[in-house]
Design a protein around this ligand. Structure first.
Ligand SMILES: Cc1cc2nc3c(=O)[nH]c(=O)nc-3n(C[C@H](O)[C@H](O)[C@H](O)COP(=O)(O)OP(=O)(O)OC[C@H]3O[C@@H](n4cnc5c(N)ncnc54)[C@H](O)[C@@H]3O)c2cc1C
Ligand code: FES
Length: 274
């Protein structure tokens, strides 16, 4: 797949909790970008050798949006850009993926950046789209107003109960029964609601491990693997994800993903990396 280098002008930089939503004028990459793909961003004004991978949060017309949480020097500098400044991008990278109509999206914290474009495309085309969205605290539930504007059916969960349900998102997966539900349904001889058939998740690694464990075997789970990346094209192996088969093999998250079928991942080998 061809990648474009584009010098994008910053159109707006808006606060969203402790993250920033950057709206950029990047006509060529915006036209090519599809949900789940990412760009490699040159950190402005410094000695950063590696570009930083950031999901395409949204792309419409000439505009590309990135939702960035400052976790280190690179993302902090990107978050400080002001309208009129430029950002050097290459992309889009990663595979395209057709979202099945019955998919349930699950996001954790800044992971919403990886699934928002797919949610937005679904909602804009008139489809019903559902999101189970968890975070540590309410301020880390990003893009809430945008999700509401699109009419996304969202269930919010926070670990401290500051917004929505209290606990972990994985505890509120529709169709995954609690022990109590199981007992009651056994007593009443009632069928429990079906598990979702397709789950698409973006968030922290422990969330993927839990989803992989609790979903039934006939559900398909796809996870967005946010590994450390360098080349973006499958050459350097820095983003290698342990694969189940053949033994000892790896998936290049940048080239074959970043959205990866969880059944192809060797979770036992990966859990050591959680
Ligand atoms: C495909 C992909 C899409 C991504 N999309 C987004 C996005 O839309 N928004 C966003 O805010 N972030 C996203 N990330 C994570 C982002 O790339 C990293 O946070 C960033 O590269 C860190 O750079 P830094 O210089 O700020 O931090 P560094 O100084 O390099 O590291 C600071 C801290 O961040 C951790 N870190 C570094 N790289 C990653 C990584 N890839 N994933 C998780 N933690 C990391 C380090 O372990 C360290 O604790 C994405 C990553 C990938 C691979
Ligand atoms: S980032 Fe180089 S192989 Fe994936």
């Amino acid at each position: 797949m061809a990648h474009t280098r584009e010098i994008a002008a910053v159109v707006a930089n808006e606060a969203d909790g402790d993250a920033r939503l950057l709206r950029l004028s990047a006509p060529r990459i915006a036209a090519a970008a599809r949900p789940f793909q990412f760009v490699l961003v040159k950190v402005p004004g410094g000695d950063f050798i590696l570009r930083r991978p950031l999901s395409v949060f949204d792309a419409r017309g000439d505009e590309l949006a990135l939702l960035v949480r400052p976790v280190g020097d690179g993302t902090a500098r990107i978050c400080c850009l002001v309208p009129g400044e430029n950002l050097d991008l290459t992309g889009p990278f990663g595979q395209r993926f057709d979202v099945p109509a019955d998919a349930l999206f699950v996001a954790g914290g800044i992971g919403v950046a990886g699934v928002f474009f797919a949610l937005a495309e679904g909602a804009r085309s008139g489809r019903k789209v559902a999101l189970l969205y968890g975070a540590r605290v309410a301020a880390q539930l990003y893009a809430r107003a945008r999700l509401a504007e699109l009419g996304v059916e969202a269930i919010f969960v926070t670990e401290d109960g500051s917004s929505g349900h209290k606990g972990l998102a994985t505890e509120y997966l529709p169709g995954v029964p609690s022990v109590k539900d199981k007992l009651i349904s056994a007593v009443l001889e009632e069928e429990l609601p079906a598990y979702p058939k397709t789950v698409i998740a973006c968030g922290p690694r422990p969330m993927y491990v839990v989803l992989h464990k609790i979903l039934s075997e006939d559900a398909r789970l796809y996870v967005l693997m946010e590994e450390r990346m360098a080349c973006g094209v499958g050459a350097c192996r820095s983003c290698a994800v342990a694969a189940r088969e053949p033994e000892g093999s790896y998936i290049a998250a940048c080239e074959e993903g970043p959205l990866v079928d969880a059944s192809l991942v060797d979770w036992n080998r990966l859990e050591g990396k959680v």
